[in-house]
Design a protein around this ligand. Sequence first.
Ligand SMILES: [Zn+2]
Length: 59
Amino acid sequence: MKTFVLDPVCGELIIWENAVAILSYHGSLHYFCSIRCRKRFQHAPSKFTQQIQVLSGVP
Ligand SMILES: [Zn+2]
């Protein structure tokens, strides 16, 4: 069974095993489909973590 994770930068669902980059931010791990996405996240983490909170609030 594959575990999917959300790339907070581009919004793509990626298979956990295929994540190219993983970053720990504020105690939680974030997975990225590419190094480019990770760099964008590192540039403005709060911008992308706010999106996560909005998404997780949707039932
Ligand atoms: Zn991405």
